[in-house]
Design a protein around this ligand. Sequence first.
Ligand SMILES: O=C(O)CCC(=O)C(=O)O
Ligand SMILES: [Fe+2]
Length: 262
Amino acid sequence: MRDMLDLTAYPLDRPDSPEWQALVTRCQADLARDGMFNLPGFMNSDVAQAAAQMLGAKFESESFRHEREHNIYFLKSIPELPEDHPALTRFQTSNNTLCEDQLQETPMVRLYHWAPFAQFLAATMEMPALFPMDDPLSGVNTMSYREGQALNWHFDRSEFTTTLLLQAPEQGGEFIYRTDLRSETDPNYEGVARLLRGEDPEVRSLDVTPGTLNVFRGKNTPHRVGNVRGDRARVISVFSFYDRPGVAFTEQERLGFYGRAG
Ligand SMILES: O=C(O)CCC(=O)C(=O)O
Ligand SMILES: [Fe+2]
């Protein structure tokens, strides 16, 4: 792993060391304060960018073009809201996706199945353990956003999202978020409507560098990716972990997400 990760700054391979514990403590503090933590240079940026370059041809020839219209909830409707409520404003999302079976031999798949990675993430999230999926397509995905493509406003369905930026675009492609807009007890539909009208002063934007690991609590913090501009695509890997081993999506779910089951 030393050939691709900065294990000096981020000693994931030494979980019994005080340095590992100090890193975990720092990540926990960042999560509590900001709802996220970032580890710049976690993957060597040359390795990350080379991986993005190498996948360029695959994105052209065999990626799934994910194109959909959705609201911030990824739901058809919300029982307590009228259909024309501004919190249900619909937006366009577009990217090209490669699945785990198309990412074999890449640093991202090696990292995903390296047990100390899951062990570290679990510790930062204060969970007893985390496990990679047992699914041919879904555990690691890599998305490419070309000019005009973007991921639009949404709340995540999972507690945490773990990403690694491989390549940054010339312009745009920022990570845009609004911390704790809603809570378990307050859906704050009026706040959501204000956000979607572009009138929320607490929206923040983050520019990350290739190789940065980002762990983000997105269940109540809506977020989106700004429109990419310029010739270079934004390329990012997303890792999915669960609190138990052996999790897989059904064939039906895979068809829905990727247009194929295997
Ligand atoms: O591409 C990103 O930076 C964010 C990805 C994301 O929000 C998600 O996968 O839910
Ligand atoms: Fe998300």
